[in-house]
Structures are given as structure tokens and as C-alpha cells.
Design a binder for this molecule. Structure first.
Ligand code: NOJ
Length: 759
């Protein structure tokens, strides 16, 4: 595909293009409409390539490298600011792309510099980390993953894109689809969790939501699949640490979500900081050329992560930044984020014959093509419209979308008959360091989100209950520290109330980049406060707000009710109140395992059986002697206010030929008294393969809504591909043999049916 893109235009056209550019007519023509037909006319379907080539033909080597150079702008106290040197770089054509510049007014001004003060007047491209919302914040991605609702996730990305685009941006550095099985890693909040299949679905939903159908839509942005690859598997869960795993594991578990994003059309990919088998991703041609371009036909451009090229020196794979630039560009990195290595050294590398200019041209073509596709040459200011920005940001429609996905992301972990609470409750104590908090609700990677726009839990409860309930608020303690002086007020409020809501968890900056921890427990006095409140005998519902799975054995076994609420975004308080008072029946399921103890990490449902699977009767089997193997809460787990009964799964054939599909069906019945949604999950186990296989792998899920007493047959179709894996000789293939197909409402609660595949 890249070949098609780089097909050069005919000579007459290029000449005509040069004349237009040199006479300064390009901006004029672009401002009034598409590039004109040449006397010979463009070949159908090759329009952009011709335009790209006509521009490329006019560029100096320095200007070309400028298009490959991405710089940040800064966050001033009153908005984004730019370093003077960077403005000069835009003028001189030495920087063609910016990130962190946002707001329609600011991007318009920078665009003006490019369009009015630079020689070639090539429009700038603006990127930003719009991870889970721009101004209207949505749940952190790990929270969204818990919704298992791809339509809702797509909608959240669509809203985020609409707001970002209205603020002058054309590119988001998302989705982050790094699988992680290590909650010590702080960036777990930003990703899809531990499962490959769920993550791949999310990658597609995010890319569709961000990019929409056409790049010309000024209310969508380019997606960037990151961090390519396996950034979520640093040794010890320590951010930026070495990644080292078998190629089989890499391809089976870690790569598919990135591939899904690319197949869904993500136009950009970000190389990760980490190394893979000794070669940092930023300089890894196996990854960026062989896999990404060769195997997946990726047509867009590759950007580094922040200063990724310079870090090649620290990795110890090159001696200096010049060599780092050479390694990166030859490995397939098209754009340098913030290293300035391309800007400073690439020209010299080309002059010395170390880097062919054709490689520079290839990268620049991809970047110029992007700008053409977005329509920036036609109207460089089309995203920077202040009136539109005011209309779009934080609109009522966006708040509705945020509330919808927020409540779908909540997971009910435990409920001893406490929830839902009656709205007629006379008095309610709302306690905890996060009960009246807005600032944390936006979570890490919060774009341009602001805590002041968030609905706190206390406000959400007040909105829900009006004046009929006596609401007693007490903070109780801080998130961290040893101070218990607020306990007596909190206990007093609890004694006076009919029920207690306790909001505890993490500070938003305890997760995100560079926030790995070895202890992932509640800090400070929060658990002690919970213990004392539960000891009052009042019905206590604990609302957890956090960005990672926490180790919470006491709460898991003793809290009367426990809700995992992540960081839910702008509408958090309203969404949690919807669940607390039964206006929404919780339907979230965990996208990642919650360990009992940090010592179990990495812990994940899709493990291997080993030669000595755990047997409580035998000492000599795989286990710890001081703690069970099982997690506190398994992947796929989540309760509802109603109950679901699963029938035995049925298959349309128990023996089938390779290549044939198998239909699995199961009847699910709502046996409770409330309408509810259930995530019906399908897992597969290959009992004997040419290499060992996991005890379970998710291969399908459906979220269904059932009224009380309603029963529904849910069907899945498993294809040969769903049973395939990297065989002994690294072929992706399904092997004849016996499989267990398992269906249920959690990874640890399934029923199996056995089938056999024959040649
Ligand atoms: C570093 C992060 O790893 C990456 O995810 C992000 O997009 C860039 N910084 C830019 O902010």
C-alpha cells in the first residue's frame, strides 16, 4: 500500500506545481479549493500523491526534515505557550508538527505563522494526548474496558475527537492498547487491561470513534496506536524498564491489539520506549518495517515517543544522537518527537551517504499526505474555529455520553444486600477523602479536562436525592498520611445516618506515566477508617476510585458493599449515584485481575496449566505456601443487582473439520427481580497443542439486557482462526485435537463443552 501512496505524479503536473509554489500561489489555490487539474489531468485515484510530489519537489532537505520534526508547546498559567525558538523553527520550515498546542485561538495563531511567515506555507499538524476525553472527560480507559461495551467506547472516542478537533487539533496520541498483567505499572490506567481479545475490540472501537469514516471530517482526529510494542510488560512493573519475552508470547498476547488498531485504519503508530529482544522499538526495523509495514501493510506514519531517539544512546545501542537518528530513520521512524535529533543531524547523515534521501522523501510523503487528507492545504484553519469550540466543548450531549459510559464502567465487587439504596432514605452519611472531590475525577492523562467541571460524588448524591434526605458529609481522613483527627466527625455522621457511603482510593497522579509502585494498597488511614465505619454496624457501601487494581483483602471480605468506580470523568458523581440508588443496574466486569497480594504479580486468568497444576492434596504442585493462587477478584468478574442463570452450553457439532465453524449457544436467564445487563463470555482451551496453551482464552463476549424472568439464547460462532495460535514452528494455525469451549459470566465461573477438530 505504501507503494501506491508514493507513486509519483507526472512531470507536467510537478512542473506546474513548482511554478505555483514559487509564485506563492499555493496557499491561495488551497484556500479556494482543491488542487487544480493539470493540462494532462491527474490519474483517477492518484490525486493526493501528485499533490504531495509537487510539494516535495520544492522542498530543501532541511525543510523535509522539518516535516519530520515534532515539538511540544508548554502549559502556561493562562493557556498553552510556545518557546521562541520553536516559532522560528516554524518560520524557517524546520518544524512542521506540534503537540500540546491546543485551543482554537492558539492553534490558529501558530498556523498563521506557518501560512504567512514560512517559505513554503505548509500547514502545521497539531497533536495532543486525548486519551479519555478532551474537555468532557470519560472514564479512564481501564474503566471503559470494564464496560465491555464497544458502542459506548466508540461514542466516547467520537465525543473526545469532536471536542479536540474543535480546539484546533487533528491528531490524538491514542488509543494506548498496551496489554498489561502487572498492576504495579502506573500506566495500567491508560490501557485496556490484561486480555488480548478485549483489548483488540477496544482498539477497533477507539480508532473508529476517533477517526470516523473520512479524514476530511473536521470533527474527527487521527488516531495513534501506541506504544508499539509491548510497553505494558516492563520487568517488575517498573515504567520504562526492559521488556523481554518469547516471540510467541509477543505475537500472541501483545501484538494483536496494535494490529487490530492498524486494521481499523489508525493512521499513525507510536514506537514505544522499551526494547524488545535487545533492540529498542525506536530503532527496531523488525518491528517497524517487517511487522508493521510488511505483515500489516500499515500505510500511515510512525512517530517516536517523547525523546525516544535520544534515549537510544542511553539504551546503549548507539554512541551518540546522530547515530541514534540514523538508526531510527532507517528502522522506519518517520517523525521525531522532541529529540531534535533529526533536525540537528539528519541533513549531515544524508550528505555523508549514511541515510538515502529517498528514505527522507518516503517519510515526508507520508506526513504531507496526512496534511492533504485532512484538508489542511485547502483550509489550514478549518480546525481552529473559536465559535465552534465554544459550541462544542462540554455540550449537554457530551455530558450525557460521559454519564452513560461512566455508569457502564462501574463494577460491583461485593454486595451483602446493601445496594441499591432507597431514594427515600431519611439520612445518609457521605464520607471519605474522595467523597467531595472534583480534582481527581478526571484521572491521569486528562487532556484539557478540569476538575471544576466534574460532578463530585457528594453533588451527584445531592442531585439524586434532592432535599428529602438528610445528607451528612465528613471527610474522615486524607488519601495519604497518618492523621485520624477527622475520624470522630465521620463516625458521628455514620451513627446518625441510615446508611454510609465511603469514597476512598488513590490520588489521580498515583497512576499514569512514571507512577509504578510496589505496594498497590490503600494508603494512609483509609482502610482504618473503613474498618471503624463498618464496625458501627451501619450498612456501608465503599466506593473505590483508583487507576489500577488494588490489593484490598480486608475490604473484599468485610465491606457490606464494594463498588469499583475507577476515575469516571466529568459525570462521575451522577453516574455513581445512578448505581447507588438503582437507576442503573451495574453491569461492568473486571478487565484485569485483582490480586490478593503484590507477590502474586504477574497474575492473569490466561495462564498455562504447568506440568504440576495446583492440587490442594499435594505439596508438590504449583502454588505459594502462604497465600492461595487464586486472585481476589478474577478477570471478567462483576456482580449485578439481579442474578443470571446460565444453561449448559450447546454446540452445533461436537466433531468438526478444520476450516469449519462451530456454533456455541447458551441460554441465559435473569432470575432476579430487576432488569439487568450481563456480559456473556466465551473462553477456549486447546487441551493438547504442539506448544502448551493457556487454560482459558477469551474468544468472544456479548453484553445482553434481560428483563426479570426473561431468558435469551446467546450464540457465538467460533472459526478456525479463533482456535489458532503460533504453533511449534511459528505458523499461525489451528491444530486438530480436543478443545474445551467455556461460557459464563466470569473467567472463573464457566461451564464447558468439549469438541474435537479433525483434519
Ligand atoms: C510520553 C508518553 O509515553 C506518550 O504516551 C505520550 O503520547 C507522549 N509522552 C506525549 O505526551
Amino acid at each position: 500500500m505504501s507503494k501506491t501512496i508514493e507513486k509519483s505524479g507526472n512531470r507536467a503536473f510537478r512542473k506546474w506545481g513548482s511554478i505555483l509554489v514559487f509564485s506563492g500561489l499555493i496557499p491561495l489555490l488551497f484556500a479556494f479549493g482543491p488542487w487544480p487539474d493539470t493540462p494532462t489531468g491527474p490519474e483517477p485515484g492518484d490525486d493526493i500523491s501528485r499533490k504531495v510530489d509537487s510539494v516535495l519537489a520544492l522542498m530543501t532537505l532541511e525543510e523535509k526534515i522539518g516535516q519530520m520534526t515534532l515539538y511540544t508547546t508548554d502549559w502556561g498559567s493562562t493557556g498553552p505557550t510556545i518557546r521562541p525558538g520553536y516559532t522560528d523553527d516554524i518560520r524557517s520550515g524546520r518544524c512542521g508538527v506540534l503537540f500540546n498546542s491546543h485551543t482554537a485561538a492558539f492553534t490558529r495563531e501558530l498556523q498563521r505563522v506557518a501560512m504567512e511567515e514560512s517559505r513554503l506555507k505548509i500547514p502545521l499538524l497539531f497533536g495532543f494526548d486525548v486519551i479519555h476525553g478532551y474537555k468532557t472527560m470519560f472514564p479512564i480507559p481501564l474503566g471503559e474496558a470494564a464496560s465491555w461495551d464497544m458502542k459506548a467506547i466508540e461514542r466516547s472516542a467520537e465525543v473526545a475527537a469532536a471536542e479536540a478537533a474543535a480546539a484546533g487539533l487533528q491528531w490524538t496520541f491514542a488509543p494506548m492498547v498496551d496489554i498489561t498483567r502487572d498492576p504495579r505499572w502506573g500506566r495500567v490506567m491508560e490501557g485496556p487491561g490484561e486480555d488480548t481479545y478485549l483489548a483488540a475490540q477496544m482498539a477497533r472501537a477507539f480508532v473508529k470513534g476517533f477517526q470516523g469514516e473520512s479524514f476530511e471530517n473536521a470533527d474527527r482526529v487521527l488516531a495513534c496506536v501506541k506504544h508499539f510494542a509491548a510497553y505494558g510488560a516492563p520487568i517488575g512493573g517498573r515504567d520504562y524498564n526492559t521488556v523481554d519475552m518469547s516471540e510467541r508470547m509477543f505475537r500472541e498476547v501483545y501484538l494483536p491489539p496494535y494490529q487490530a488498531g492498524v486494521e481499523a485504519g489508525a493512521w499513525t503508530v507510536m514506537a514505544s520506549f522499551n526494547e524488545i529482544d535487545g533492540v529498542p522499538a525506536t530503532g527496531n526495523s523488525w518491528l517497524l518495517m517487517d511487522i508493521l509495514r510488511g505483515e500489516w501493510n500499515f500505510p500511515g506514519f510512525v512517530v517516536t515517543d517523547y525523546t525516544g531517539i535520544n534515549e537510544l544512546v542511553e539504551h546503549g545501542i548507539v554512541a551518540n544522537r546522530k547515530e541514534a537518528g540514523e538508526l531510527a530513520v532507517l528502522a522506519g521512524v518517520d517523525m521525531d518527537m522532541q529529540s531534535a535529533a533529526y533536525q540537528e543531524y539528519l541533513k549531515k547523515s544524508v550528505e555523508e551517504g549514511k541515510v538515502p534521501e529517498a528514505r527522507i522523501d518516503e517519510a515526508v510523503r507520508r506526513i504531507l499526505r496526512t496534511k492533504f487528507m485532512l484538508g489542511l492545504f485547502d483550509d489550514p484553519y478549518k480546525y481552529s474555529d473559536v465559535a465552534r469550540e465554544q459550541r462544542v466543548l462540554l455540550s449537554a450531549e457530551h455530558q450525557e455520553a460521559s454519564r452513560d459510559v461512566a455508569r457502564k464502567s462501574i463494577v460491583l465487587l461485593r454486595n451483602e444486600g446493601v445496594l441499591p439504596l432507597a431514594k427515600s432514605i431519611k439520612s445518609l452519611a457521605v464520607i471519605g477523602p474522595l467523597a467531595d472531590d472534583q480534582a481527581n475525577l478526571i484521572g491521569a492523562w486528562s487532556g484539557a479536562g478540569e476538575g471544576r467541571h466534574c460532578v463530585s460524588l457528594l453533588t451527584g448524591i445531592r442531585n439524586k436525592l434532592g432535599t428529602g434526605t438528610d445528607i451528612l458529609y465528613a471527610k474522615g481522613c486524607a488519601i495519604e498520611g497518618g492523621d485520624q483527627s477527622g475520624f470522630s466527625e465521620a463516625l458521628d455522621a455514620a451513627q446518625k445516618a441510615d446508611a454510609v457511603i465511603l469514597a476512598i482510593g488513590e490520588h489521580k497522579d498515583m497512576t499514569g506515566e512514571a507512577t509504578s509502585q510496589v505496594q498497590i494498597r490503600l494508603r494512609g488511614q483509609q482502610e482504618e477508617l473503613a474498618r471503624q465505619l463498618v464496625a458501627t454496624g451501619k450498612p456501608v457501601a465503599v466506593v473505590l476510585m483508583n487507576g489500577r487494581p488494588l490489593v484490598i483483602p480486608w475490604l473484599a471480605e468485610n465491606s457490606p458493599a464494594l463498588l469499583e468506580c475507577w476515575w469516571l470523568g466529568t459525570q462521575a458523581g451522577n453516574a455513581i449515584a445512578d448505581v447507588l440508588f438503582g437507576d442503573y443496574n451495574p453491569s461492568g466486569k473486571l478487565p484485569i485481575t485483582f490480586p490478593r497480594h503484590e507477590g502474586q504479580i504477574p497474575i492473569y486468568y490466561s495462564h498455562k496449566n504447568t506440568g504440576r497444576p495446583f492440587n490442594p492434596e499435594s505439596k508438590w504442585t504449583t502454588k505459594y505456601t502462604d497465600i492461595p493462587n487464586s486472585p481476589q477478584f478474577p478477570f471478567g468478574y462483576g456482580l449485578s443487582y439481579t442474578s443470571f442463570r446460565y444453561g449448559k452450553p450447546q454446540v452445533d457439532k461436537t466433531v468438526f473439520r478444520k476450516g469449519q465453524a462451530v456454533k456455541v449457544s447458551v441460554t441465559v436467564e435473569n432470575t432476579g427481580h430487576r432488569a439487568g445487563e450481563e456480559v456473556v463470555q466465551l473462553y477456549v482451551r486447546d487441551l493438547a497443542g504442539s506448544v502448551t496453551r493457556p487454560v482459558k482464552e477469551l474468544k468472544g463476549f456479548q453484553k445482553i439486557a434481560l428483563k426479570p424472568g426473561e431468558r435469551r439464547e446467546v450464540q457465538f460462532t467460533l472459526t478456525e482462526n479463533d482456535l489458532a495460535f503460533y504453533t511449534r514452528n511459528m505458523q499461525w494455525a489451528a491444530e486438530p485435537g480436543t478443545f474445551d469451549l467455556m461460557v459464563g459470566g466470569s473467567s472463573d465461573d464457566v461451564q464447558a463443552v468439549r469438541v474435537t477438530m479433525i483434519e
